[in-house]
Write a protein that binds this ligand. Structure first.
Ligand code: 4NP
Length: 159
């Protein structure tokens, strides 16, 4: 790797969003955050991904309700595919952003010495982005707004 490539790689912010199934909340967070980064003209400065702590939906696209609320807000997340968090992620990413306290605890239990900072998306009440999977479509609207607000603050913090 050339010196230039090393410095480019060191300057890239690597952000991983994590929820339980990687089909509802974290795909939305990946799409929303990517859109904010693009709008800020920072596309090349970031690597953005999402994953789940549970394995039920590996390889599946996001939940249609997440795809729909994203599309209504001008964001296409339909190409994403669910995956689980891997041990590599704790070294590869600079920050791993959990959607709620349960997933934060699971992440902390998976790796004792992460290079990545592990944190919650929200730093003010309600703290948790609630799991909308078993509820109705209105839950996805609430989740969209919470994630958007959290992502705006996260980008301001990282910049
Ligand atoms: P997510 O929502 O963690 O926001 O992707 C869920 C999706 C699926 C399940 C739970 C939560 N599930 O039990 O299959």
């Amino acid at each position: 790797m050339s010196l230039q490539r090393i410095s480019e790689s060191a300057l890239t912010h690597k952000v991983l969003f994590v929820c339980l199934g990687n089909i509802c909340r974290s795909p939305l967070a990946e799409g929303i955050f990517s859109g904010l980064v693009d709008d800020a003209g920072l596309t090349g400065d970031f690597q953005i991904d999402s994953a789940g702590t549970g394995a039920w939906h590996i390889g599946n696209p996001p939940d249609p309700r997440s795809v729909e609320i994203a599309a209504r807000n001008g964001i296409d997340i339909s190409h994403q595919q669910a995956r689980t968090v891997s041990l590599d992620d704790f070294d590869r990413f600079d920050v791993i952003v959990a959607m709620d306290g349960n997933n934060l605890a699971t992440l902390s239990s998976l790796c004792a010495t992460p290079r990545a900072e592990i944190r919650l998306l929200l730093n003010a009440p309600p703290m948790d982005v609630p799991d909308p999977y078993f509820g109705g479509p209105e839950g996805f609207e609430d989740v969209y707004l919470l994630i958007r607000s959290g992502c705006e603050k996260l980008l301001a913090t990282i910049r």
